[in-house]
Write a protein that binds this ligand. Structure first.
Ligand SMILES: C[S@@+](CC[C@H](N)C(=O)[O-])C[C@H]1O[C@@H](n2cnc3c(N)ncnc32)[C@H](O)[C@@H]1O
Length: 254
């Protein structure tokens, strides 16, 4: 009975979130969750947040893989700003955003850019973990999260509060966060279309089939540039998108 419940939970996690949990340690992790009284979701119940928390890795920090932000600022945004209609905002999606550091890295780069953009810029961050999205919405970050920011940037854009840093108001860019599952078609319908999608360090948790599904979904909801983390599925991205050589590695275009 217990083994059956573990298998059913693992299947549902894979089907709904894409996360592959195939090792013996994954089974024992779910087993411990059941033994400790964790809710076993019925077929039509959503996956409990504690389960989502158990199976996701939320590691992130400001200025992670910074060459992507250089490329965004130097190549992508100037082009989009020149070519698009001033009435339409440039829309950037971070999917997944975890606790918000990637979105705010982009926002800070834009805020401090000497380049004044004609078009408004909107950044949307989504993540399956409501705990991470609540953190992102609070805009409060640990010492570890901000370790790659120099003192000048910390003093200028953050307020130091006891054990961390609270980000202040930004003038040139709007950032918003929402809970969302990358494999939920309804979420994509509601999000609308994007000019740039950052999807870094999540495909490593999915398999070939789910990565293909995700890349096709990105393509259907964007007209512009896709940026993946260095360990994500570049082989399939090359098949679905046009590749562009950047400072380090590849960026993709619809
Ligand atoms: C390692 S973090 C990456 C964060 C950020 N993109 C970065 O590179 O720093 C991976 C995030 O993916 C989220 N995640 C995993 N599966 C997801 C799914 N199906 N839909 C949305 N978010 C998901 C996790 O909750 C976690 O916060």
């Amino acid at each position: 009975m217990r083994e059956e419940s573990i298998s059913r939970i693992l299947e549902r996690i894979y089907d709904e979130t894409g996360i592959v949990l195939s090792r013996a340690t994954d089974r024992s992790r779910i087993g411990r969750y059941i033994d400790n009284g964790g809710i076993i979701p019925q077929p039509y119940d959503p996956l409990p947040e504690t389960l989502i928390h158990l199976v996701t890795t939320n590691e992130t920090y400001f200025e992670r893989e910074p060459y992507h932000f250089n490329f965004l600022m130097e190549e992508i945004l100037p082009k989009l700003d020149c070519n698009g209609d001033t009435a339409d905002p440039i829309r950037i999606l971070c999917a997944p955003a975890s606790s918000g550091e990637e979105c705010y890295t982009i926002a800070l780069r834009i805020e401090e850019s000497p380049n004044k953009f004609r078009r408004r810029i909107e950044i949307v961050g989504i993540d399956i973990s409501s705990e991470m999205i609540e953190r992102a919405q609070r805009g409060f970050f640990s010492e570890r999260s901000v370790h790659a920011l120099d003192k000048k940037r910390l003093e200028r854009y953050f307020v130091h509060e006891r054990d961390g840093y609270k980000i202040g108001e930004l003038n040139s860019v709007r950032v918003r966060f929402q809970v969302g599952n990358l494999f939920d078609p309804l979420m994509w319908e509601n999000l609308g279309r994007f000019d740039v999608i950052f999807s870094r360090n999540v495909m490593i948790y999915f398999d070939h089939k789910k990565n293909r599904e995700l890349l096709e979904r990105f393509k259907a909801h964007m007209d512009g540039y896709l940026i993946l983390g260095h360990a994500d599925d570049h082989l399939q991205a090359r098949e679905v998108f046009t590749s562009i050589r950047a400072e380090k590695g590849m960026i993709y275009r619809t």
